[in-house]
Design a protein around this ligand. Structure first.
Ligand code: FAD
Ligand code: NAD
Length: 463
């Protein structure tokens, strides 16, 4: 049995863990990171990146298919469009490979020691890892738990056979003819839309009475329209009850039972913290529901043990995990840091995309604030028209008294790229006048952001 000691041990090399380790290494902290699978975690290997690659391929295929059907709005014609999903998946795997190798290289460059294997805690300062070359014991002064999350299983429709999670959905060899999706949240709709564009007949089963319940209804309206345009049937207020000879049995909102033919059934009803089998019970940490409870420095209830990322709860987003990882590394290095971010922007990569940063009008009002809201539609934005993306809008929410921007939301084609500007404006404490007074390049969709601020000030120019 080999033993090593270090100042900082990070368990899990997803976006939270690897960023924490790189920053710690840069700060001269003697750091070891343990990863059971591939550096990059869920996000790089089976999450953000693979799903966005599939979404991109689906968009390209849909454009080609429409051209082949003589329906291209921009005048392109093709004799036929075909997709070989195994080649798409191989292309996605090459991207993943480049990124995971890149992360391994960055860890090395920061002088972080990487150990490959599944870490089990003996106590709050010691883990044991079964590696290819035997058992490795690692002792550390400080530990960061960054073990991430895993898909939630639905007991009546357990994973296996035709019932798949996003992990399998991102590595299918061919496009299923029929796909049932349980859950109209992030994964269900991002992937459901992609598979519909790839040619699958998609049916979505959602337990609540609307799609993407995390986002306000104004923002999801355009997505609902696009689901219908793609021929995706959405059953709201419906629950998956089981399987019957390859069909998904669903209790519908009106109390009836419906059977849905489905070659594959994608269950995407949320993710749970990865807290099993690594010895959480040895640490007996306080919990917040199923997640590990943390304070504003990501400290757990045990001294010298931090937790970051999905294992600590919502929002389970890669950029939150990364920001926590960077902060924790600096705290371990002795810097005075605590969670002081004004917002964690969220992006849903549906068609159209949705971005939300800070407070929605309803959330701001619920906080007892009087607000001014400005909405600018992409129908009046030249760049959006040239991209055939007139559906959607940018909305800015600000305090009525001093015009401090509290929230910015958008829905539309490609608006994910506006999320950086939205986050920056909120983080910098921008007022409506700051956004309105900033020259925005023309022609860009970003101009809709400036115009939404102008609109809130009663000075919109292009509407
Ligand atoms: P993870 O990325 O889950 O990494 C944890 C790592 O720890 C894993 O590699 C695991 O193998 C390792 N590990 C666990 N236990 C041990 C142990 N005991 N010993 C050693 N290693 C261990 N977020 C976004 O922000 N944008 C998106 O577009 C987006 N798309 C997504 C699409 C899908 C299909 C999915 C599933 C998720 C998506 N997410 C997205 C969420 C994002 O992937 C997560 O929020 C993010 O990966 C969380 O990072 P993390 O470091 O907390 O954990
Ligand atoms: P989610 O929380 O986004 O959506 C789950 C959906 O399933 C909800 O609409 C919920 O009402 C529904 N649901 C729950 N139980 C159900 C049942 N029994 N029958 C039918 N519907 C049911 O979860 P997800 O889509 O699995 O994604 C998991 C997490 O991964 C997200 O919370 C998010 O943090 C992350 N993620 C982020 C992105 C992104 O940032 N673009 C993309 C994918 C995943």
């Amino acid at each position: 049995m080999k033993e090593i000691s270090c100042k900082l041990l990070v368990v899990g090399a997803g976006p939270g863990g690897y960023v924490c380790a790189i920053r710690a290494g840069q700060l001269g902290i003697d750091t070891v990171i343990v990863e059971a699978k591939k550096p990059g975690g869920t996000c790089l290997t089976i999450g953000c990146i693979p799903s966005k690659a599939l979404i991109h391929a689906a968009e390209e295929f849909e454009a080609a298919r429409l051209a082949a059907e003589g329906k291209s709005a921009v005048g392109i014609s093709l004799s036929a469009a075909a997709i070989d999903l195994s080649k798409t998946v191989a292309w996605k795997d090459r991207i993943v490979g480049r990124l995971t190798n890149g992360v391994a290289g960055l860890l090395k460059k920061a002088n972080v020691k990487s150990v490959h294997g599944f870490a089990k805690f003996r106590d709050g300062k010691t883990v044991e890892v079964e590696t290819e070359t035997g058992t490795q014991v690692i002792r550390a002064e400080t530990v960061v738990i960054a073990t991430g999350s895993a898909p939630v299983e639905l007991p009546p429709v357990p994973f296996g056979g035709p019932v798949i999670s996003s992990t399998e959905a991102l590595s299918l060899k061919s496009v299923p003819e029929t796909l049932a999706v349980v859950g109209a949240g992030y994964i269900g709709l991002e992937l459901g839309i992609a598979f519909a564009k790839l040619g699958a007949k998609v049916t979505v089963v959602e337990a609540t009475d609307r799609i993407l319940p995390l986002y306000d209804a104004e923002l999801t309206k355009s997505v609902g329209k696009q689901l219908a345009a793609l021929g995706i049937e959405v059953l709201l207020g419906a629950k998956a009850q089981g399987l019957d000879s390859g069909q998904l049995v669903v209790a519908t909102a009106d109390g009836a039972t419906r059977k849905i033919a489905a070659e594959k059934i994608l269950v995407a009803v949320g993710r749970k913290p990865a807290i099993e089998d690594w010895g959480l019970e040895e640490l007996d940490l306080d919990r917040a529901g199923r997640f590990i409870r943390i304070d504003d420095q990501c400290r757990t209830s045990m001294r010298g043990v931090f937790a970051i990322g999905d294992v600590t709860g919502e929002p389970m987003l890669a950029h939150r995990a990364m920001a926590q990882g960077e902060m924790v590394a600096e705290i371990v290095a002795g810097h005075k840091r605590s969670w002081d971010k004004r917002c964690i922007p969220a992006v849903c990569f549906t068609d159209p995309e949705i971005v939300s940063a800070g407070l929605t009008p309803d959330e701001a009002k619920a906080g007892g604030r009087e607000v001014k809201t400005g909405v600018f539609p992409f129908a009046a934005n030249g760049r959006a028209m040239t991209k055939h993306g007139e559906d959607g809008f940018v909305r800015v929410v600000a305090r009525a008294d001093n015009h401090l921007v509290l929230g910015i939301q958008a829905v539309g084609q490609g608006v994910s790229e506006l999320s950086a500007a939205f986050g920056l404006a909120i983080e910098m404490g921008a007022r409506l006048e700051d956004i309105a007074g900033t020259i925005h390049s023309h022609p860009t969709q970003g101009e809709a952001f400036q115009e939404a601020a102008l609109k809130a000030l009663g000075q919109a120019l292009h509407i």
